[in-house]
Design a protein around this ligand. Structure first.
Ligand SMILES: NC(=O)C1=CN([C@@H]2O[C@H](COP(=O)(O)OP(=O)(O)OC[C@H]3O[C@@H](n4cnc5c(N)ncnc54)[C@H](OP(=O)(O)O)[C@@H]3O)[C@@H](O)[C@H]2O)[C@@H](O)CC1
Ligand SMILES: [K+]
Length: 505
């Protein structure tokens, strides 16, 4: 499923209409029909339905929905919130068809009238404004939206809640708070932003026959879900040996935080790493070796003796390295991070404290020829980019792309909607996971899964997307079967990985 800006969506519409030749009124018919067939799945013929229609093509979709529901004997009426002369083009064509079927249309934007329609309806269908919104809502739409938000029982938005921007980076708006939104053809960016996503309520994307196979410039953002995972996870070769599945090195852990690296190691092994070495401080080895007996250990740093021993890391033995989890923020850890980035000739994943050390000299990233993957949470990403966290969260696609391009790295920006970005700007949003993952250790587990996936895939983008998928899906299955959002632990997620493989493969 593509994720688009308003501009990209208009270009997809234009291409379908002008280059493919699909009549615009037919496209509107498809849109209205597709949304109607979803709406009939969640309302009943006993419901009083009022469709709020505006002057653009979103309103045109509303008239198609009105006719479709009316001809199927639903109790439906239209409240047109703009004067008749504002309904033009294909929207007027569809209004005429609806009227020809004896559909009823009231024209009013008066607050008292609107209030009456809202309070006497069980279901409001919002087809006032779609992706054509610009700036903050003007009157009378502003007041109509407020009345609906305060008094409506159940609101279904068509394409996007009225008033909500489709794009990232816009904060000054007021919008419908929908219970459900049926999104037309492609997910709009605002579905994945913390400050806009809640306005959609539940949502589903409905295809309407847009055809973009012949477009020169297809959108570079899409969602990553079950069918991607199934089709891209490499099959295990029956003749494989442990080396086939990668020799990984996980560097991190400190006396204060020995658990982080243990979780990374266990998660990597559960996710399919062939061999796993933990590189950590001497006194950390003794404390975690019992909990992760499948791993081997390498002493990379000993704070009690003579400082770093990083030079002793046999880089040639490893296919991929992950570092940073619980390693601490002292100078020795920084030296170790820089040493690995300078010397390792395999993909390196930098997480947690590793990112803090990279901040000292981010130019080190673009100097490497082997791939680098950074896995920040929003706070770490904001720190790396030197922007306020709120600003980052308003434009996470933009900032991920900027960081990936400047430093030529892969970025996994963790969050409710984890965004995976490739240096060339391609982006995916992972579709699995839940709020149970908002706990200490979650990122350490993801790092381990990423390590395992990078070693098993040829394509790093697919590896990162599949790692996020596995991590989130493990949490989803655990919540479904035997945990709650409250009690889920990072170690439970590791033990949930087998269920992901057994369910989806
Ligand atoms: N292209 C296609 O073929 C297809 C398009 N499709 C559908 O069309 C939708 C896009 O349609 P669109 O481009 O006509 O814009 P739309 O969202 O209806 O809004 C325009 C109206 O909003 C008004 N308005 C804007 N800002 C405002 C504000 N701040 N405060 C108040 N009013 C404001 C603006 O008024 P104006 O500012 O011009 O006075 C104008 O009247 C899309 O979301 C999808 O549902 C599908 O059917 C598939 C085929
Ligand atoms: K709408």
């Amino acid at each position: 499923m593509y994720i688009v800006t308003a501009k990209e969506m208009y270009e997809m519409d234009r291409h379908t209409i002008q280059e493919i030749g699909l009549d615009e009124r037919l496209l509107m018919e498809n849109a209205g029909r597709a949304v109607s067939s979803k709406i009939t799945g969640i309302i009943s013929k006993q419901n009083q339905i009022c469709i709020f229609v505006g002057s653009g093509n979103n309103g045109g979709d509303g008239f198609v929905i009105a006719r479709t529901l009316h001809t199927q004997n639903y109790n439906v009426t239209v409240l047109q919130i703009v004067p008749d002369e504002r309904i033009t083009g294909e929207a007027l064509y569809h209004k005429t068809l609806y009227l020809n079927c004896n559909g009823s249309v009231h024209v009013s934007s008066d607050a008292t009238e609107v209030d009456k329609f809202v309070t006497s309806s069980d279901v409001i269908i919002d087809a006032m404004i779609g992706i054509g919104v610009h700036d903050e809502l003007r009157e009378p739409v502003y007041t109509i939206v407020s009345i609906i938000n305060q008094k409506a029982d159940f609101v279904i938005s068509v394409d996007i809640p009225t008033g909500l921007p489709a794009d990232e980076g816009i904060t000054g708006f007021s919008a419908i708070h929908a219970d459900w939104t049926f999104v037309i053809e492609a997910a709009k960016m605002s579905l994945f932003l913390e400050h806009t996503a809640p306005y959609y309520g539940k949502w589903e994307v409905v295809p309407i026959g847009i055809s973009i196979n012949t477009m020169d410039d297809v959108p570079k953002k899409y969602t990553w879900g079950e069918h991607h995972f199934r089709s891209t996870l490499p099959k295990r070769d029956p003749y494989a040996h442990k080396g086939t599945h990668g020799k990984g090195l996980a560097i991190g852990g400190s006396v204060e935080m020995p658990g982080s690296i243990a979780m990374t190691a266990k998660a990597a092994l559960r996710a399919g790493a062939g061999l796993l070495t933990v590189g950590t401080a001497k006194n950390v080895i003794s404390s975690i070796a019992q909990t992760c007996i499948e791993a081997t250990y390498l002493m990379v740093d000993d704070h009690n003796e003579h400082g770093g021993k990083a030079a002793a890391i046999p880089f040639e033995r490893f296919d991929c390295i992950v570092m940073g989890m619980g390693m601490g923020r002292d100078k020795e850890a920084e030296r170790l991070v820089m040493h690995v980035l300078n010397e390792a000739n395999c993909p390196v994943i930098v997480d947690a404290d590793g990112l803090f050390h990279v901040k000292a000299d981010p130019s080190i990233l673009s100097k490497r020829s082997d791939p680098i993957i950074v896995t920040p949470h929003p706070g770490e990403m904001a720190m790396l980019l030197e922007v306020p966290i709120a600003e980052l969260l308003e434009k996470p696609f933009h900032y991920s792309r900027a960081f990936a391009a400047i430093h030529q790295v892969y970025v996994v920006l963790k969050g409710k909607h984890t965004i995976i970005t490739v240096p060339d700007g391609k982006q995916a949003v992972n579709q699995t996971g839940n709020q149970g993952l908002a706990k200490g250790g979650s990122g350490d587990v993801l790092s381990g899964i990423i390590l395992a996936m990078v070693m098993q895939h040829k394509n790093i983008f697919q590896a990162l997307c599949n790692a996020c998928f596995v991590h989130g899906a493990a949490a989803d299955l655990l919540i479904r079967d035997n945990h709650s959002y409250y009690d889920l632990l990072a170690t439970d997620v590791i033990e949930g990985i087998p269920a992901v493989y057994r369910t989806f493969l």
